[in-house]
Design a protein around this ligand. Sequence first.
Ligand SMILES: [Zn+2]
Length: 521
Amino acid sequence: MDEHGKALEWSKIDKQTWRIKRGKAGSVTARYLVYANEFGDRTRGLNDEHAFVDPATTFMFVKNQLDVPITVTVTPFGNWHVTTGLVQLGDKQNAFTATNYEYFADCPIEIGNQNDFVFDVDGVPHDLMIAGNGDWDEKKIIPDLVKLVKANKNFWGRLPYKRYVFMVEVYPNFGGGTEHINSTIMQTRPFAFQNPDSYKRFLGLVSHEYFHTWNVKQLRPRGITPYDYTKENYVNELWVAEGTTSYYGELMLVRTGFITPEEFLNTVAQGIRDDRLRPGNRVQSVSESSFDAWVKYWRGRQNAYNAESDYYSKGSHVSLLLDLEIRHTSKNKHSLDDVMRTMFERFPLGKGYAVDDLQKVCEEMAGGNLEQFFQQYVRGTAPIPWEQFLGYAGLRLEKKDAGPKPWLGIMTSDRDGQTRIYRVIAGSPSYDAGLDVDDEVLALNGFRVNSNDLTNRIAEMKGGDTVKLTVFRNDVLRKFEITLRNQEVLDYQIAPVGSPTELQKAILDDWLKTNWGNAKN
Ligand SMILES: [Zn+2]
């Protein structure tokens, strides 16, 4: 409508654009309703407890006017209040402002009876917002947040914001987080804070999201600089944006003492098993996985494990390798830490980078050519020689299991009294025998089995044994004969070598901020 309340003519011209015939109107007001029940996606939600708004998913923008300053006024329900990283507009309590749409779109808003705790790190105000009930204790959480903030400030050199808000929603059924320009929204279950293991996972989430404040929110791939809100934004560097962030998310936990070097190395050892087991790592590079995220990664396709790599986990592995490679080649003068800092300084917000820029800085720090490394592990699908890279830090990869283990090669889940196959690993005995996703497993060698039974019975057999698996496929009873093979990829553990060189010791100590003697597994 116009400034007199007169309705203006409008039409929808594509899936996201509405055209309003302005005519002689001095100002135009558009009113619209959005459906809001997506708390779990951290986009927008409203119920009788609280509301969450990610502006990018809620507020329209005027075409070609993304650079115009924005103000928003919230009318909270009842006694609810607002928490957001946006700047308050003058002394107006529920009015906020941003210099342009991109900044505005990147500041989520929580409205409800959430708790807000303000604390200060080196003179910069930080907020911890907690919505929802659970066993959280802000007196325990805030000192840990301060440690993470300080560790990151040390790492990057400075805090790239004037104020930061850690937004935590504590509700059952939701988990994960999303990074934003000067805030992050994280979701965790009500009883995640007192149990030491789940609290470590919570700190891991915080550490990951907070590292993003630099890696992605400031230092950004060119493909998302600036964002184009109207279509897919293609990037080859999500393995840096997400993978390197995952790598440092964990590393920061070791360096701040939240987890031990042993715990860190155990996670790496598990990752090595997953890396070697996943057939998709031989098919799709991390660079392709990044580029195809719009059509593949988030679709949860049945053949993802067999045909795709994962730019989070593989990206984190490639980052770890790069780190050790640079430390080894530069005789521990430099590391991936220097690369990230240099990238942050050279590619400030607004000036995106491409993978070639990253390679150049890595080569500068390593003092050598890394073309082969990037060709093999970033743009290619070469298997990772973990033994060699761990060796640079004086570590060796050991097999955890004594003897050979028989392998079937399927993964099943139990639901509503049915056991169904959700994954058949390419190249496994089950794959060769013709088993398929969605087959309902009934019996092994004539005896009814669920997922647990299946694992336990197979474990009692040996490679070369033949088993009969009875399944329903499309409601038809089918029998498959499968010859088990011994598993090639086993469980690993990582331990220090017997007599390390001075360089190996120096690399390990500097990498995990430990002492060689403490790294024994
Ligand atoms: Zn992330």
